[in-house]
Design a protein around this ligand. Structure first.
Ligand code: CAA
Length: 379
């Protein structure tokens, strides 16, 4: 396995790092405080080609590889985890499904708008009683002539309210469980699509999380993505890639926390010396750095397998699980190194700690990741 990034990947990393320094870091704390969706930043990212990094050029994307996309998420998450998840959901579980499962017409119709950032995408799988048990969803889709009529309520939908298109999983036959689930491309102006109240959250305050309600929503039959009954596989296979993205997001948050903690430890004087001199602090920093490096290798490995066309479901779950557990541990340790200051809003580490927690939960809790890993052991 080659552990070096190639020239293009390094260029992507450098370009995004520069963008994050200039455009994202200066407003990240304000975004967290005001809960304002960073729409202007997303538009700027679109202009730079960041909203369609791994989408082929013929469909309006940048035509870069999957690892370049992962590097971009990692760098953006170092500055603002909310902005990173907006990009991750938009690309991994809204744009990619169209590329992989769409008809040529759907690709031509939607991908250029999504890849350019003119449109934002969202993914609507979760419901009040269907979280980890995604196949038990109750939203229905009934064919009526040239339309499907959708009814049901989706929960915790990232990008809702700002998304122009939702990939919605609904069942054409509830008795069939996962084999009744079907995916639909539902445009925001579809009659009967209602965006509900925005959820207040512990962190990730710049990203929106809302209910999305379908009340006899009329979706043209041509907007089915894949075939009837194929939707669960669409969702699961796209979540495999999505989980590498969440691993990268967690990695970026953890790296930012280490950077802050290291800098603080080199300046903070106690007992007449900087606290970095104390072995107690050094051990914490060394563990943080090691766990981050291990997470990075897992995340990049999963991305490399995907690019090579090899199975990567197990490695994606491992990467997501390990990187997110690391992010929670490392950000908590960063707060500890800052002491009382770490608990205060003036410093970034308390935001990192709040933002990190969700990475253990969304796109499949880490307990679900362990189920996926266990299923693939020995396979
Ligand atoms: N790729 C392709 N197909 C897959 C698959 C994968 N990774 N995983 C499962 N499938 C297929 C199976 O092969 C099976 O098909 P067949 O019956 O034809 O063989 C079918 O799907 C059902 O599979 P299972 O019996 O394994 O399904 P299950 O009901 O036991 O569920 C699960 C498995 C792993 C628990 C799954 O439900 C799961 O991943 N749950 C977590 C849900 C989740 O991640 N939600 C995230 C919400 S989105 C989000 O968080 C985005 C955001 O806002 C940031």
């Amino acid at each position: 396995m080659d552990f070096q990034l190639n020239r293009y990947q390094l260029m992507m990393q450098t370009m995004v790092r520069g963008f994050v320094q200039k455009e994202i870091i200066p407003i990240a704390s304000i975004t967290d405080e005001t809960h304002e969706f960073p729409l202007e930043t997303i538009r700027k990212m679109g202009k730079l080609g960041l909203m369609g990094i791994p989408i082929p050029e013929e469909y309006g994307g940048a035509g870069s590889d999957f690892l370049s996309y992962i590097l971009a998420i990692e760098e953006i998450a170092r500055g603002c985890a909310s902005t990173a998840v907006i990009l991750a959901v938009h690309t991994s579980v809204a744009t990619f499904p169209i590329l992989y499962f769409g008809t040529e017409e759907q690709k031509r119709n939607y991908l250029p708008k999504l890849a350019s950032g003119e449109w934002l995408g969202a993914f609507a799988l979760t419901e009040t009683h269907a979280g980890s048990d995604a196949a038990s969803l109750q939203t229905t889709a009934v064919r009526r002539g040239d339309y499907y009529i959708l009814n049901g309520t989706k929960r915790f939908i990232t990008n809702a309210g700002y998304a122009d298109i939702y990939l919605v999983m609904a069942s054409v036959d509830l008795a069939k469980g996962p084999h009744g689930v079907t995916s639909f491309l539902v445009e925001k102006d579809t009659p009967g699509l209602i965006v509900g109240k925005r959820q207040g959250k512990m962190g990730l305050n710049g990203s929106t999380t809302c209910e999305v309600i379908f009340e006899n929503a009329m979706v043209p039959a041509e907007n089915i993505l894949g075939a009837e009954g194929q939707g669960f596989k669409v969702a699961m296979s796209m979540l495999d890639g999505g989980r590498i993205g969440i691993g990268a997001q967690a990695l970026g948050i953890a790296q930012a926390a280490l950077d802050e903690a290291l800098a603080y430890s080199q300046n903070r004087v106690q007992f007449n010396q900087v606290i970095r001199n104390f072995q107690g602090v050094q051990f914490i920093l060394a563990d943080m750095a090691t766990q981050i490096e291990a997470s990075r290798l897992l995340v990049y490995q999963a991305a490399s397998l995907r690019m090579a066309g090899l199975p990567y479901t197990k490695q994606a779950s491992m990467a997501k699980m390990f990187a997110s557990d690391t992010a929670v541990k490392v950000t908590t340790d960063a707060v500890q190194i800052f002491g009382g200051y770490g608990y205060c809003k003036e410093y970034k580490v308390e935001r990192y700690m709040r933002d990190a927690k969700i990475t253990q939960i969304y796109e499949g809790t880490n307990q679900i990741q362990r189920i996926v890993v266990a299923k693939h052991l020995g396979a």
